[in-house]
Design a protein around this ligand. Structure first.
Ligand code: FAD
Length: 475
């Protein structure tokens, strides 16, 4: 019989959702344990989940390295800067990324220590009666009894049955973050966030990148005009995005990975050196639950929860990528904090209407709230104001005049219903929209707030002014 330890809160999963829940619960005075199964590249336990190990942070590290390299060959010459030789040391670039990952995964372990969260390293499985059995990496098993158990198991890459990951030629995000050299030809299945971000990294470094996308529309969830600007710019950068293209067979041969696909022209084949499959992620709920826990999964394998992330089983909660809602780290952060606060008797909540979305390509894309297409479909009367970065002094001074900001407001009340951005640093600017919407502000509120000149945020200000047709810098 395994040793049993008692906690107020036991969290399964130390990713963004789980570690936020664990730290907040401990801050609130609850005796907390957090279990995580993941190992880092060095074979040691690594907290932080997909986000810190193989997701948000390492992808941004490579996006930044590749952006610097790309700028050398493009924007630098506009500034009159020249250099003798443009080279990329892939090992050093990936090493820098690994160092950043290590810094952050180690940082979570330090935060656990400082906040007195007890970490268990191994695989946790929920049993009946809020008991979690943990098979630790050293082979031993411990049982943790939690007054509350929070399931934060995250998600895994979806594998296509005809394109099994081999970690070498056919890879998921993990493999594409660790190529040892720039692939001459890179195929990407899926023109979603991960495919576009990682496709951009290797494209900027010199790969010929072909992106296969089964859907006929590009970035269907984004504002149509934002998606149009992005598609145009990606094309200019050399990303070959093929919409309405269905991959049917993948074969690894001596000369590369043969991708068979069907598009409007019929059956075709393309040979690439590496293939990244980025067709989405699914909840990592395999083996997480014993049969008699009472916790239910839906047909997508996600844990069923109510609006407070409660599973319906006394004391059992679920958060992050393993439940409904957008698979975003910051959505998981908020759910983790909200559940810890609810457990402590405080009023935790997450506002799904103001969760920002960002794609960290060049240009960046970001949005919050409803698109024009959604408002039309819902029959909501709205006003739109937009403003181009080409008319923003700071953007032009930076040689980054691409894109625009669009503000959507209710036709009657002027309340901001959405903000859609494409252009420089819009991953930061979108938070003006988030704040305005969270405070139920109007386009006029935003227009009457003084913005620094010259700054990129003037595009937000002028777009808000354009809602009432009084933008100063628009002809
Ligand atoms: P995860 O991060 O998946 O963490 C779950 C953890 O639980 C893992 O460590 C796992 O090993 C562990 N675990 C699972 N089951 C068990 C078990 N039974 N026992 C013990 N441990 C277990 N999101 C953004 O918001 N911004 C971005 O820029 C962004 N970029 C991304 C880029 C890439 C390439 C990828 C793949 C994802 C990106 N995401 C981004 C998505 C983001 O990483 C996820 O939404 C986020 O990590 C989900 O957090 P989570 O805590 O729910 O799950």
């Amino acid at each position: 019989m395994a040793e049993q330890q008692e906690f107020d809160v036991v969290v399964i999963g130390g990713g963004p959702a789980g570690y936020h829940a664990a730290i907040r619960a401990a801050q609130l005075g609850l005796k907390t344990a957090c279990i995580d199964a993941a190992l880092g590249k060095d074979g040691q336990p690594a907290l932080g989940g997909t986000c810190l190990r193989v997701g948000c942070i390492p992808s941004k590290a490579l996006l930044d390295s590749s952006r610097q390299y790309w700028n050398m060959g493009h924007i630098f010459n506009e500034h009159g800067i020249s250099f003798a030789d443009q080279k990329i040391d892939v090992a050093q670039m990936v090493g820098r990324k690994d160092k950043i990952v290590k810094q952050f995964t180690g940082g979570i372990a330090a935060l656990f220590k400082a906040n007195k969260v007890t970490a268990f390293y191994g695989f946790g499985r929920l049993q009946k009666g809020n008991v979690v059995s943990v098979k630790q990496h050293d082979g031993t098993t411990v049982e943790l009894k939690g007054t509350n158990v929070i399931l934060a198991a995250g998600s895994d890459s979806i594998e296509l049955p005809f394109a099994k990951f081999d970690g070498k030629n056919i890879v998921d995000n993990e493999g594409a973050l660790d190529f040892t050299e720039v692939p001459k030809r890179l195929g990407v299945i899926g023109a979603g966030v991960i495919g576009l971000e990682l496709g951009s990294v290797w494209n900027r470094l010199g790969s010929e990148v072909t992106v296969f996308e089964a859907m006929p529309d590009f970035l269907a969830a984004a504002d149509k005009e934002v998606a149009k600007v992005a598609a145009r710019e990606f094309k200019k950068q050399g990303l070959d995005i093929r919409l309405g293209t269905k991959c049917t067979k993948i074969e690894v041969k001596a000369d590369g990975v043969h991708v068979s696909f069907t598009d409007a022209k019929g059956d075709q084949e393309l040979v690439v050196d590496k293939l990244l499959v980025a067709v989405g992620r699914r909840a990592a709920t395999k083996n997480l639950l014993a049969d008699d826990t009472g916790v239910k999964l839906n047909d997508r394998g996600q844990i069923e929860v109510d609006e407070h992330c409660h599973t319906g089983v006394d004391g059992v909660w679920a958060i992050g990528d393993c439940v409904r809602g957008p698979m975003l780290a910051h959505k998981g952060f908020e759910e983790g904090i909200a559940v810890a606060e609810l457990i402590a008797g405080l009023p935790g909540h997450v506002n799904f209407d103001t969760i920002p979305w960002v794609i960290y390509t060049e240009p960046e894309l970001a949005w919050v709230g409803k698109t024009e297409e959604q408002l039309k479909a819902e029959g909501v009367a709205y006003k739109a104001g937009s403003f181009p970065f080409a008319a923003v002094g700071r953007a032009v001074a930076m040689s980054e005049p691409i894109g625009f900001v669009k503000v959507l407001a209710d036709a009657e009340t002027d309340r901001v219903l959405g903000m859609h951005l494409v252009g420089p640093n819009v991953s930061e600017l979108v938070h003006e929209g988030v704040l305005t919407m969270e405070f139920k502000g109007s386009a006029d509120d935003l227009a009457r707030i003084c913005h620094a000149h010259p700054s990129l945020s003037e595009a937000v200000h002028d777009a808000a002014m354009a809602v009432a047709k009084r933008a100063i810098h628009k002809a």
